[in-house]
Design a protein around this ligand. Structure first.
Ligand code: UFG
Length: 338
């Protein structure tokens, strides 16, 4: 298949490009590099020995999107592009709604004009809101998100469901990611957040590297086995493989499917710290800090639907995730900057 990836230079996008190319698909990337670097795409080419056609453009720009679609016939699109920092979305809601919703709509309008009706969307477990029970299943009622970022994911899901209802030729796969960590095992591509990381694993790797003094563990009084928050961490390469299967699924089916991509196993913050220290032989100093507003105690997936529909399940374990995250950090102390 020939696949357009929006945001293909980002963390999940770049790993997915590698898996798509390795599976024999052709890949075109559009990215505006607000939160990613061109070097990531060069490294995708280096890792796969294949070329990627790259457009530097904003998915919100209808003329730029029209140009790309007039130069190619895509079998499917994977829509990764979007602003994704939870705290920033609370401070800048208009920017988040404008950017994430405009880009999704512009993309879908351009696709419809060109008769490309297959899309895989980067959604998030955040759309489940505060869960009544875990594990989370795709058919559970979403009671509402806790921040504008989450609402943009929720709203884009609804937009795509509406498009499918109106035109049964569309094939939409809404992938709800749990917590992606790790990096390609080559250590050549990985997560490269701007500034001080918000998420747990990039923060841990910066502490381990001595770039940050210590980790703040946000609360140890949750109703969990050790009191710290529990999440379903998934290796980004497993997640990337899930997208390949989702594209192949979309080629054979029409309609809309919501699919969790997680391992089904929850680990606490302390589990992650201890596994990281053990597997990499390096200390991660931490202090217990107050709870972070908006955090929930536990979040992990029921991953069975992905196995049933996509024939996919996560294969890498927590040690792999910790080892690969550290290799990326160690080999690239300044991310993609030389
Ligand atoms: N945590 C810390 N210290 C830190 C950072 C995180 O203790 O410095 C804890 C959090 O309190 C939480 C766990 O580590 O218990 C994971 O936190 P992350 O910020 O890594 O991830 P979240 O589960 O909060 O959010 C992630 C993504 C969101 C997505 C959500 C879906 O960042 O984009 O998963 O559930 F919406």
């Amino acid at each position: 298949m020939k696949i357009l990836t929006t945001g293909g230079a980002g963390f999940i996008g770049s790993h997915t490009c590698v898996e798509l190319l390795n599976a024999g698909h052709e890949v075109v990337v559009v990215d505006n590099f607000v939160n990613s670097q061109k070097e990531a795409v060069h490294r995708v080419e280096e890792l796969t020995g294949k070329t990627v056609q790259l457009y530097e453009a904003d998915v919100c720009d209808p003329d730029a999107m029209e140009q790309i679609f007039s130069e190619h016939t895509f079998d499917a699109v994977i829509h990764f592009a979007g602003l994704k920092a939870v705290g920033e979305s609370v401070a800048q809601p208009m920017r988040y709604y404008r950017n994430n919703l405009d880009s999704a709509l512009t993309l879908c309008e351009t696709m419809a004009r060109h008769g490309c009706k297959r899309i895989v969307f980067s959604s998030s477990a955040t759309v489940y809101g505060v869960p009544d029970e875990v594990p989370l299943r795709e058919d559970m009622f979403c009671k509402g998100c806790t921040n504008p970022y989450g609402w943009t994911k929720y709203m884009i899901e609804k937009i795509l469901m509406g498009i499918c209802d109106a035109d049964p030729e569309w094939s939409v796969v809404l992938l709800r990611y749990f917590n992606p960590i790790g990096a390609h095992e080559s250590g050549r591509i990985g997560e490269n957040p701007n500034g001080i990381p918000n998420n747990l694993m990039p923060f841990i790797t910066k502490v381990a590297a001595g770039q940050l003094d210590h980790l703040n563990i946000f609360g140890n009084d949750y109703n969990t086995p050790d009191g710290t928050g529990v999440r379903d961490y998934i290796h980004v390469v497993d997640l990337a493989r899930g997208h390949v299967n989702a594209c192949e699924y979309a080629q054979q089916h029409s309609g809309c499917e919501i699919i969790n991509l997680g391992t089904g196993v929850g680990y606490s913050v302390l589990d992650i710290v201890h596994a990281f220290e053990k597997v990499n032989g390096i200390k991660v100093p931490y202090v217990i800090a107050p709870r972070r507003p908006g955090d929930i105690a536990e979040c992990y997936s029921d991953p069975r639907k992905a196995e049933q529909l996509l024939g996919w399940k996560a294969e890498k374990n927590l040690d792999d995730m910790c080892r690969d995250s550290w290799r990326w950090q160690k080999n690239n102390p300044n991310g993609y900057q030389a």
